[in-house]
Design a protein around this ligand. Structure first.
Ligand code: COA
Length: 315
């Protein structure tokens, strides 16, 4: 398959570290050096599905396609206000896309998992054009009394359109199952027959362990992808790393020994927007004209599961 269009959309409301320190025992002096985050976009008067639809329409415009051209919509999302139908169906209705859609919940590496699914549809000859949309509102998962999690996140949506071609060089997906490091529990309606003691638990994260997992998994995944494609580290032009924490990106960069200019980053302005982070970064770089034909882009993302993934494409 071949990437032919990108789009993204962010909530209007921008929240600074100083804004957070008005109601939380935190500060820019704590947050910025540990995470690289200065501001994040947070949903206030918008709806996630509207941001997602906006990102899809921008990506279609960039690809010079119309909603009727799309054969499959894959939506990556951890949580949204609809339990059913899938967020992909709601985005389709808003954009006039009428093909089948599916939702996946693969947390932060969701964009790469979605590209893996799309590639298999292309390889099977079942589709001509696919749109992937990653739409996330992680700021509504964390407890706003928990300074160790809520300061890290931002909301947004990123989309990418693929057609038949061969600039996509493949994915590697990897799982190290452990649901105790990043998790959240949301009980469903209680039936008269339910005898369990269950209560809601906001987003929980073992920060230091997740940090170590992220760096180690990404470094291994990147090396595996290089070997699989018979290329060297110097042959990669840009590393599109999930924007979870600038120190994680820096840790990966140091261990693989690549120069800083190869690591585009927007975490300073966006925080961690889960699976939307990679396609938002991709769209911003695309619209800034960063990439030239033939550039090799290595995507690497990691998160709840614990799961990680890499993808390689040539611009
Ligand atoms: N403001 C001020 N103090 C804070 C704070 C905040 N926002 N968050 C935590 N602290 C405090 C803690 O309470 C603790 O205080 P104590 O020593 O008095 O108990 C102290 O800072 C150290 O906390 P700790 O959690 O050990 O900090 P850390 O150096 O590990 O940094 C993270 C925390 C979350 C920034 C870091 O672990 C991290 O980035 N992990 C990866 C998270 C991530 O990216 N997850 C998503 C992956 S997809």
């Amino acid at each position: 398959m071949k990437l032919i269009g990108t789009g993204s959309a962010l909530p209007r409301k921008v929240v600074t570290n100083d804004d957070l320190s008005q109601f939380l025992d935190t500060s820019d002096d704590w947050i910025y050096p540990r995470t690289g985050i200065k501001t994040r976009h947070i949903i206030s008067d918008e709806r996630l599905e509207d941001l997602a639809a906006d990102a899809v329409m921008k990506a279609l415009e960039d690809a010079a396609l119309s909603p009727a051209d799309i054969d499959l919509l894959i939506c990556s999302n951890v949580v949204n206000e609809y339990l059913t139908p899938g967020l992909g169906c709601i985005i389709s209705a808003k954009t006039g896309i009428t093909c089948p859609s599916m939702d996946i919940n693969c947390a932060c590496p969701g964009f790469i998992y979605a590209m893996d699914i799309a590639e298999n549809y292309f390889l099977a000859g079942r589709v001509k054009n696919v749109v992937i949309v990653c739409a996330e509102e992680p700021t509504r998962m964390a407890s706003w009394a928990d300074r160790s999690t809520c300061v890290l996140f931002g909301d947004g949506a990123g989309a990418a359109v693929f057609t038949r071609g061969d600039n996509f060089k493949g994915t590697i997906l990897r799982a190290q199952p452990d649901p105790t490091k990043i998790w959240q529990y949301r009980p469903l309606a209680r039936t008269p027959f339910d005898t369990r003691e269950v209560s809601e638990v906001p987003l929980q994260m073992m920060g230091r362990e997740v940090f170590r997992f992220a760096v180690t998994a990404a470094v291994q995944d990147i090396h595996t992808m290089l070997r699989k494609n018979g290329i060297e580290m110097k042959d990669v032009d840009y590393f599109m790393i999930h924007q979870a924490n600038l120190r994680i990106v820096e840790g990966i960069r140091e261990r693989i020994g690549a120069p800083s200019y190869k690591f585009p980053s927007n975490i300073r302005d966006h925080g961690n927007s889960s699976s939307a982070s990679c396609p938002i970064l991709l769209d911003e770089c695309n619209r800034a004209g960063l990439f030239k034909p033939g550039d090799r882009l290595m995507f690497s993302a990691f998160g709840a599961g614990l799961q990680s993934a890499v993808a390689l494409l040539e611009w």
